[in-house]
Design a protein around this ligand. Structure first.
Ligand code: ADP
Ligand code: MG
Length: 326
């Protein structure tokens, strides 16, 4: 059996429909109508000990909902989930002892307390032995520079500091599995790198199994060999990142601003994928044509006043996977 096993896992949210006006409100007392939203739909995957897997997808794809089922916060609508042999929502306490969790959007620390006191409280909550606490605090402080803000209440920390405090806190009890839900969201490049370096070190040195959700492709590129790509609650791809990059890394996108608008301007060898007035997006295969060739072909037909080149972003890759399949 794998360390983490998920089979045909689904989660639907039921949202009470609001009825208009006073009579609507009265009617709602007796008869409530619900909208259902399928956030996760028949997701299956398994993860082995020591892996670091990227769970990636655009906003609203169902990433956080999946993590919440893995941590036991949410009960699945259907399907199976096992983490270290436990069913998380049935054995939430026991599961909590083997996992660490960081939600990038929300701190798990005590908002009003000096940061160090949150650590001390967690030490009590998880019955962390003194020696282990001392050792962990020393290592985490060294790598993450926690001592900068030990005495600062969590509410006053910068986002980067808060994330560093949160990830350190999640590892005090030496969990073997770490769930990170958007651990780099909103961080600047330096802070992102610091988080990533720490995550990498914990995976390498401690053999912690890491599942990291993100909508930022560069997190995955820096950290994970394997990615599970989800969109609208479904797994679109599960496999090596390198394979996707070989396949989709060949495309480049040329963005040009023309001197005046030429609607639907066609260029041989490139596909017009988007246009907004004078701005056009052309996708081409860099193994077939150079950017210079495509630029020439545009400028033969229209004057270019500005241009840039882009590598495909995760959203573009997902669109492409939709269009072409994988
Ligand atoms: N508590 C909730 N009630 C109703 N709908 C929700 C709730 N949480 C999330 N959703 C919806 O479920 C979908 C998946 O959300 P989420 O798992 O948060 O996605 P992600 O983390 O990938 O951005 C979205 O359409 C979101 O609006
Ligand atoms: Mg989320």
């Amino acid at each position: 059996m794998s360390l983490i096993e998920v089979k045909d896992l689904s989660k639907q949210y039921f949202i009470a429909k609001r009825q208009e006006g006073m009579w609507g409100a009265v009617r709602s007392l007796f008869h409530r109508e619900y909208l259902t939203k399928t956030a996760v739909e028949e997701v299956s995957f398994s993860i082995e000990t020591g892996e670091m897997v990227g769970y990636i997808g655009p906003n609203g794809a169902g990433k956080s909902t999946t993590i919440k089922m893995l941590t036991g916060i949410l009960v699945p609508t259907s399907g199976e989930v096992r983490v270290g042999g436990l069913v998380p929502y049935q054995e939430r306490q026991k599961n909590a002892r083997q996992i660490g969790v960081v939600f990038g959007q929300r701190s798990q620390l005590w908002w009003d307390l000096p940061t160090i006191e949150s650590f001390e409280l967690l030490k009590q909550v998880y019955f962390v032995p003194d020696e282990q606490y001392r050792k962990n605090m020393k290592i985490f402080t060294e790598i993450l520079g926690l001592d900068e803000f030990y005495q600062t209440p969590v509410r006053q920390l910068s986002l980067g500091q808060r994330m560093r405090a949160d990830i350190a806190a999640s590892l005090l009890h030496n969990p073997s599995i770490l769930f990170l839900d958007e651990p780099t969201i909103g961080l600047d490049v330096v802070a992102k790198d610091r988080m990533r370096a720490f995550i990498q070190e914990m995976n390498k040195e401690r053999g912690i199994t890491v599942i990291l959700t993100t909508h930022d492709m560069s997190d995955i590129e820096k950290l994970c060999k394997r990615m599970i790509l989800i969109d609208q609650g479904r797994v679109m791809y599960d496999g090596l990142l390198s394979k996707v990059k070989d396949h989709f890394g060949k495309t480049r996108i040329l963005i040009v601003d023309l001197e005046r608008n030429f609607p639907q301007l066609r260029v041989e060898g490139a596909e017009l994928i988007r246009e907004e007035g004078v701005r056009k997006w052309y996708r081409f295969n860099k193994e077939e044509y150079t950017a210079a060739q495509i630029i020439n072909r545009v400028s033969e037909q229209a004057e270019i006043v500005d241009l840039s080149l882009e590598e495909p972003e995760i959203d573009a890759i997902i669109r492409q996977m939709y269009e072409q399949g994988f």
